[in-house]
Design a protein around this ligand. Structure first.
Ligand SMILES: C[S@@+](CC[C@H](N)C(=O)[O-])C[C@H]1O[C@@H](n2cnc3c(N)ncnc32)[C@H](O)[C@@H]1O
Length: 334
């Protein structure tokens, strides 16, 4: 049976369902409820000063508390939400099945709040620096590609139904991972020439996915480091879950490189899970934003933020084309 938007949202909600408990543990550790009550309405930067914590991280954290119903936000100020749900109290005596995840996340949030770093590691290797240097090991490439494939394949399947793909002739997916997007696109629109670019070890990790879907003759794998190597000359480029991995200056570098690689009239397609304009909803995407902040020092985007970046690089307006679960497909023309 095909996944619907609601199924996709439910899967994503399930994945990050341990967040509210971890947020509560951090709130308790810093007596935040008492501090905010005492201060009345307080901005994240004021709260950061009172508690001696990092303002940027505290801002993302406070938005996550708004998303989970613990705080209310008015303008830049946060207050205690008197109607806060009590269903994720930390006072329970029984260990929940995900208590290890909760404990680990709350520790990582506190490390970053205190100004330390707690980047995503696999086998004790920091993923963001391996991506930057392009030297990800085969073992890490295999395990990360598997996780991403499971998360994104149903989204890719739904998002590629968009009619805007009917009129394009070719597309290169940059940072393609398992090629889930490329395979879905090719299945839906066999006339499109599809290339999937990623680091060499990730292309090797993608091969079994292409082979088991009998797509290995239909899609070209392009091993490259998108920071250092020249990109293929194509009329369409796609970034799926790529921009959210990077902060400045890498973020603008990738968008500017997309602009200079495309011909006039070429299209940049972007798939990302977007935040609402106030960055406080949907709850699961705000938790994802916090996760990206801890994992990579990066972020999820509002549509306005992405538009500023893309238009700032020279593209015409960024348009939302369709949605799949929490994900949006956007497109900008050079
Ligand atoms: C979050 S995953 C997204 C994968 C895929 N687009 C998806 O949505 O499932 C980020 C991808 O960017 C790739 N990547 C990271 N740094 C890269 C680099 N320097 N050059 C090429 N690809 C890179 C990673 O290997 C990984 O496959």
């Amino acid at each position: 049976m095909k996944s619907t938007n609601l199924d996709l949202k439910n899967n994503f909600d399930q994945w990050l369902s341990y967040f509210p408990k971890a947020l509560d543990q951090v709130v308790e550790a810093y007596d935040m409820t008492e501090v905010i009550e005492k201060a009345g309405a307080v901005t994240a930067s004021r709260l950061a000063t009172i508690l001696g914590l990092q303002p940027k991280t505290l801002d993302v954290f406070c938005r996550a508390l708004v998303a989970s119903g613990r705080l209310a936000k008015s303008g830049l100020s946060y207050t205690i939400n008197s109607k806060a749900p009590s269903d994720h109290s930390t006072n329970s005596d029984t260990e929940s099945p995900n208590s290890k995840q909760v404990e680990s996340l709350s520790q990582r949030i506190m490390t970053v709040l205190k100004g330390g770093s707690s980047g995503l590691t696999v086998d004790q290797q920091d993923i963001t620096s391996m991506w930057k240097q392009g030297n990800i090991s085969p073992k890490v490439a295999n395990s990360f590609t598997k996780v991403m494939h499971e998360q994104i394949q149903d989204v890719a399947d739904l998002i590629t139904t968009h009619e805007g793909f009917q009129t394009i002739e070719s597309l290169t997916d940059l940072g393609a991972g398992s090629c889930a997007f490329g395979m879905a696109l090719k299945r839906r629109h066999p006339h499109i020439t599809v290339s999937c670019a990623d680091l060499p070890t990730v292309c090797a990790a993608a091969w079994p996915y292409l082979k088991s879907s009998a797509m290995n003759d239909n899609i070209t794998l392009l091993p490259l480091n998108f920071f250092e190597d020249t990109w293929p000359k194509d009329t369409c480029l796609h970034f799926g879950n790529i921009l959210h991995d990077w902060s400045e200056p890498e973020l603008s570098f990738l968008i500017e490189k997309a602009y200079s690689s495309l011909p006039s009239g070429g299209k940049l397609w972007i798939t990302e899970a977007l935040l609402t304009p106030d960055s406080c909803a949907p709850a699961t995407v705000v938790y994802f934003d916090l996760l990206m902040h801890i994992n990579h020092g990066s972020q999820q985007f509002t549509q306005n933020h992405l538009t500023e970046l893309v238009v700032g690089a020279g593209f015409k307006n960024l348009e939302k084309m369709t949605e799949a679960g929490y994900y949006s497909l956007l497109m900008a023309i050079k």
